[in-house]
Ligand binder design. Structure first.
Ligand SMILES: [Zn+2]
Length: 434
């Protein structure tokens, strides 16, 4: 028995390709469209008239007239244990870690705490229209267990991993090279590829790992080709100087990761702000991904991401919140801040490019474009429904809107946040209450 299908009606917007390369024809909009969802997947999409003509008489139809229905947002870099650190005053990266983050992360030795925070975090992502995220847990395997168990219960597509740290962190947050390897290996065996879950091997950054630990992370990456690698790179000048002191043989920061086999098409490097030319070239050569985290880079005073430089060098880029260094869970607000960062460097970022990046662009960065990031038959039915008139100020602004879609998207990202997210669907199920 197949369960009866669900129908979602609205203005269906999905990207076919990168607007930076192919222009406005990258976007596909059906003004009065509908999606037929079966078993958590898109079974059909098209004009509402045609799709709904085949609806059974008792079919569930969610009518989002006038609102945009898009693929759910994808956040390429976020820390779930930092939900109570967000908005911590007055520090740059290394002090911020010591003063706030490393204190908070120690609480994740307690599985009950992990479970409670995982529930809050996944609720919040759903409220913001984010349906997939690449997530740092803490050094405690319990934090990963709790996160994956809760994600699985919700049927959400999530990628996460245990932080590996064996030096320059408080004793209670340290593993060892061997323990970090063993615990990561056991978590991969238990969770990687289970349902919609993926694993990311997660040495936090070169500052907090010994050479033995980075070698262990590289061994894990070789032994598990489907796993991702996530870490931080070139965020802050004090951090870069520290790494160069700690690894005197390395010509650049990225050299440290390269030496241990951590570059590649499934490797995500958070920040990438102050790169040397050879680092840009090495990221491009290895197909590695640079995660652009604008609210975090501004909040911690780290620097301005040079997207044009990376685009021109053919480095793959993803967009991310980096909560709790980042200050918003909202991918809309993150895109707005990305636009401002690029403005400071004389670079542009139209609405089409931003919404492409949050959906298909980030899906491609993760190699998941055959599963998520677009609305077409066979894709998983992760969707966000957006209201461009969600607040009085947005409705007022939209009164002067002349129907141009790129402009509407730009207003949505500049003025929108969770209030503009009318509904979120995870595998075809509406998850934003009310
Ligand atoms: Zn981060």
């Amino acid at each position: 028995m197949t369960p009866s299908p669900r129908f979602v009606r609205g203005r269906i917007l999905s990207f076919r390709d990168d607007p930076r390369l192919v222009g406005e024809r990258a976007a596909s909009l059906i003004e009065d469209g509908a999606i037929r969802i079966e078993d958590g997947q898109v079974a059909a999409v098209g004009e509402a008239r045609a799709i709904l003509a085949h609806a059974p008489p008792d079919a569930a139809i969610d009518d989002h007239a006038g609102k945009l229905v898009m693929p759910g947002f994808i956040d390429a870099h976020i820390h779930y244990p930092q939900t109570r650190v967000i908005g911590s005053y007055g520090a740059q990266l290394l002090d911020w870690l010591q003063k706030y983050t490393f204190v908070e992360e120690q609480k994740f030795a307690d599985p009950a705490h992990c479970e409670a925070v995982a529930r809050f975090f996944l609720d919040e992502l759903a409220r913001q229209g984010t349906t997939t995220a690449v997530v740092y847990c803490t050094v405690h395997p319990e934090s990963v267990e709790a996160f994956f168990a809760e994600s699985e219960r919700r049927g959400a597509r999530m990628i996460a991993g245990k932080v590996m740290m064996d030096r320059n962190a408080p004793p209670l947050l340290r593993d060892t090279a061997q323990r970090g390897y063993d615990e990561s290996k056991a978590l991969i065996a238990r969770w990687a590829g289970r349902g919609r879950l993926g694993y990311a091997i997660t040495p936090r950054f070169a500052v907090t790992s010994s050479e033995a630990q980075l070698a262990a992370a590289g061994a894990l990456a070789r032994e598990h080709r489907d796993a991702y690698v996530q870490t931080h790179l070139s965020e802050n000048f004090a951090e870069i100087a520290f790494v160069k002191r700690q690894f005197p043989w390395a010509k650049t920061y990225l050299d440290v990761y390269a030496r241990f086999g951590l570059l590649g098409a499934r490797s995500l490097f958070g920040h990438c702000l102050h790169l040397e030319e050879t680092e840009v070239a090495a990221l491009a050569r290895s197909d590695s991904i640079a995660a652009f985290c604008p609210t975090s880079n501004l909040f911690l005073g780290s620097g301005l991401f040079d997207k044009q430089r990376l685009d021109e060098a053919n480095v793959r880029v993803a967009l991310a919140t980096d909560v709790g260094g980042g200050t918003s869970y909202s991918m809309l607000q993150t895109a707005a801040e990305a636009y401002k960062v690029l403005q400071m460097n004389g670079q542009s970022w139209p609405g089409f490019q931003a919404f492409y990046q949050m959906t298909l662009g980030n899906a491609r960065a993760l190699g998941l474009q055959s599963r998520i990031g677009t609305i077409e038959p066979g894709r998983e039915a992760d969707l966000v429904v957006l209201d461009s008139r969600a607040t009085p100020a947005m409705a007022h602004r939209m009164e002067s809107h002349d129907g141009d879609l790129s402009e509407e998207l730009f207003v949505l990202m500049t003025m929108g946040d969770d209030r503009a997210v009318a509904q979120t669907y995870v595998a075809g199920r509406g998850v934003k209450g009310g």
